[in-house]
Design a protein around this ligand. Structure first.
Ligand code: HEM
Length: 224
């Protein structure tokens, strides 16, 4: 049983790792690891420490932080527009219906404040979102991976852009594939990023010849 649980958890960890590499493609080129090595060498350590503290109080924040990064990247790329507030011109992304259940904004604020004390005006909120997603995964039993940094923060955030960019929960496979393709992501990315193997996405999995893996997963998955 312990071996089965381990196999399942390794499988899920792989999903998350592939998911984050998918987000990097949404974000575009020009990123590199160690971007803040000279300008703010403690940035990642400060982020990890702050996120660890938050997750130790409420472990479900780990999921919320991963989702924040996803919802940020799918609208205007990974540039922290999900964090901005409404202006007199209209509602911000966070006011859009699909974003109303987002959580973890206060954790990102705490990380930003802590980093600002060491290096004011250096580390972008977009990079903090990416680091937070990685740290959240790692702190809840996932693997560590190096996050490429150097994102610039956007200044535009419009609730009216949400519906055209984020997937709705009632999307069928065709719509999901179209949505991901519009972000430069593949069918494989869709399965991997969704991180949810169920009979709902069986046709897609069959198309991708993942059925064997699905069968193995279902044999191991007690929640099937
Ligand atoms: C593929 C299309 C996707 C759809 C249609 C979808 C839809 C949803 C919905 C409806 C919820 C529940 C929101 C609520 O509580 O009201 C949810 C939660 C969540 N989603 Fe997705 N999602 C998708 C992809 C993803 C991806 C790519 C990720 C990250 C890799 C992700 C991470 C999460 C997480 C972590 C939660 C729980 C958040 C929390 O506990 O606060 N989802 N999603």
């Amino acid at each position: 049983m312990a071996v089965q649980k381990r196999v399942v958890s390794i499988f899920l960890i792989q999903l998350v790792l592939l998911a984050v590499s998918g987000f990097n493609r949404v974000n575009g080129a020009g990123l590199r690891t160690g971007y803040y090595d000279e300008s703010c060498p403690d940035a990642e350590t400060i982020a990890l420490k702050t996120i660890r503290k938050a997750i130790s109080k409420d472990v479900t924040l780990a999921a919320a932080l991963l989702r924040l990064h996803f919802h940020d990247c799918f609208v205007r790329g990974c540039e922290a527009s999900v964090l901005l507030n409404a202006t007199k011109e209209g509602g911000a992304e966070k006011d859009g219906f699909l974003n109303l259940s987002l959580r973890g904004f206060d954790v990102i604020d705490d990380v930003k404040s802590a980093i600002e004390k060491s290096c004011p005006g250096v580390v972008s909120c977009a990079d903090i979102l990416a680091l937070a997603a990685r740290d959240a995964v790692q702190l809840t039993g996932g693997l560590f991976w190096k996050v490429e940094t150097g994102r610039r923060d956007g200044r535009i955030s419009l609730s009216k852009e949400i519906d055209a960019n984020l997937p709705f929960s009632n999307f069928n496979i065709t719509q999901l594939k179209q949505n991901f393709a519009s972000k430069g992501l593949t069918k494989k990315d869709l399965v991997v990023l969704s991180g949810k193997i169920s009979y709902d996405n069986l046709p897609l999995l069959q198309e991708l010849k993942y059925v064997k893996r699905l069968q193995i997963f279902n044999m191991l998955n007690p929640l099937k």
